[in-house]
Design a protein around this ligand. Sequence first.
Ligand code: SF4
Ligand code: SF4
Length: 221
Amino acid sequence: MSETKKKNIRWVEEPELGFWETTFLPAVMKGLKTTLRHVTARRTVTQQYPEVKPELPLHYRGVHRLNRDEQDRVKCVACMMCATACPANCISIVGQAAPPEWPDRDKFPQSFELDELRCIYCGMCEEACPVDAIELTHIYDLTGESREDLLYDREKLLGVFDQTRNDARDPVRTGRGVLGPASEFQELPALGPATSVPTSDRSAKAESSGVIRTTGREGQR
Ligand code: SF4
Ligand code: SF4
């Protein structure tokens, strides 16, 4: 070892324990002092969820939605860009040739499946999408009774769009690095307790927030 490297090494000797240290009483007292400080602090650190909704960071990225276009068709053109960009490999798409009455595109997704359990909510899919068809929303409290419930198919993802399309908080971010309406908030609009949900809060109005219901509008959309 060179002399310079030797000079940069600082040897730390283990301190010798005195009589009191060997009884561990000073360490116990120090621990109790820390506990007492937290017990007597007047700071509230527990949030009463679900009665009180958590204050999430601005631009929090939650459940995905698959957008509809002006004609109410699925906006996705099955280009596979999102699936290619996804680092968690949790998007599966089967493309199909678009019907003749859809001259503006070559393909649409016959099936579109996103594993919300596998997703790491990085937002790469919405960044990659050339037509802003997939976006992340503010919905964070998705639940399910099985793993399959959290495999969101095309209808479920369109259902999230139907539930959030008029919510000012969504989309959190749009494609090509341009921030969505939520970026203009100084703070997130307050949500009331679950027992008094504001009428504007469409996601919280769902029978069970997070369990996204399909709209029944299925078929070639
Ligand atoms: S948010 Fe990230 S991990 Fe989740 S589907 Fe999109 S690209 Fe994949
Ligand atoms: S959501 Fe966007 S990126 Fe993904 S397949 Fe559809 S059009 Fe392509």
